[in-house]
Design a protein around this ligand. Structure first.
Ligand code: SAM
Length: 226
C-alpha cells in the first residue's frame, strides 16, 4: 500500500524519506522539505532507507538525543538494545557510557555507517540488519531498550518481553500533529499521551513529557519493568 502524506508538513518529513526527493536539511536543521512517501513492501522500505542514508550522513544528527544524555544517570548499566538505530548515534553514546549494546536497522547502509562510526570513536557495538516486524526477539534479555524516533505499537509486546524484570525502557517519539492527514502506520509517530498507555503497568522513572525538540513535537517517557 502506498501512503502519501498530504500537505507540506515539516515533522513527518523527518521520519520518512521519500524515494523521489531528498531532505534539504537534517533533523538538526530547522526545516526539511521533502514529501513523505513510504514503500510498498519491506524490500521497498529497505531500499528507500538505504538510498536515504547513502545520500547523506548524520541525517538525525551525530550526537545522541539530549533526552538520553540528560537521563543517562538514572539508567543502570547493562545490556542495551537500540532497535532501528539508524546511523548509531544513540547506540555509540550508550557504548561510551559502558553499556553492552545491540543495535539494528532495516538499512544495511545505516548499519555499516553505525559500525564504522563506532570504530572511529573506539567503541564496540553489535549491529545487525533486521526488519523489526519479522525479528525474533530474545526474551528476558535486556537491561535497557531505547526507542528513538521509532515507535510501532505492534512491536511493543515483543520489546516488553525482551526486557528483564527491573529493566528500563525509554521512548523518544514524534507526536502526530492534529489535523494532518496521515494514514501511515510506518511514520513511527505517537498520539499525544499514547506513551503513558504503552507503559501503564510499569514504574515511571521519568514522567511523560511533550516538548519541541529541533523543531518537532516529541513525547518522552522513561519506565521500569515491574
Ligand atoms: C526516523 S529514523 C530514526 C533513527 C534512529 N533511531 C535515530 O533516532 O537516530 C527511523 C529508522 O528506522 C529504520 N527502520 C524503518 N523500518 C524498520 C524496520 N521495519 N525494521 C528495522 N528498522 C527500521 C530506518 O532505517 C531508520 O533508520
Amino acid at each position: 500500500m502506498l501512503y502519501l502524506i498530504l500537505g507540506s508538513v515539516i515533522s513527518l518529513s523527518f521520519f520518512r524519506p521519500s524515494p523521489h526527493a531528498s531532505p534539504s536539511k537534517n533533523i538538526n536543521g530547522d526545516r526539511a522539505s521533502y514529501e513523505a512517501v513510504t514503500g510498498e513492501s519491506a524490500d521497498e522500505d529497505r531500499t528507500v532507507w538505504d538510498s536515504f542514508y547513502k545520500n547523506k550522513s548524520h541525517i538525525y544528527g551525530k550526537e545522541a538525543i539530549a533526552y538520553l544524555q540528560e537521563n543517562i544517570d538514572l539508567i543502570p548499566k547493562g545490556r542495551a538494545f537500540v532497535p532501528a538505530m539508524g546511523e548509531g548515534r544513540n547506540a555509540i553514546y550508550l557504548a561510551k557510557k559502558g553499556f553492552n549494546v545491540d543495535g539494528n536497522d532495516i538499512s544495511d547502509v545505516a548499519v555499516d555507517k553505525a559500525l564504522a562510526e563506532a570504530k572511529l570513536q573506539h567503541v564496540t557495538i553489535k549491529a545487525n540488519i533486521v526488519d523489526l516486524k519479522l525479528y525474533s526477539y530474545p526474551e528476558n534479555y535486556y537491561d535497557f531498550i531505547l526507542m528513538s524516533l521509532f515507535y510501532d505499537k505492534e512491536l511493543l509486546p515483543h520489546l516488553k518481553k525482551a526486557l528483564k524484570k527491573g529493566a528500563y525502557i525509554m521512548f523518544y517519539a514524534k507526536v502526530e500533529l492534529k489535523g494532518v492527514r496521515d494514514n501511515s502506520p510506518s511514520d513511527f509517530a505517537v498520539k499525544a499521551g499514547e506513551l503513558k498507555e504503552a507503559v501503564k503497568e510499569y514504574q515511571i522513572i521519568k514522567p511523560y513529557q511533550e516538548f519541541v525538540d529541533h523543531g518537532i513535537r516529541v513525547a518522552t517517557i522513561l519506565a521500569k519493568k515491574p
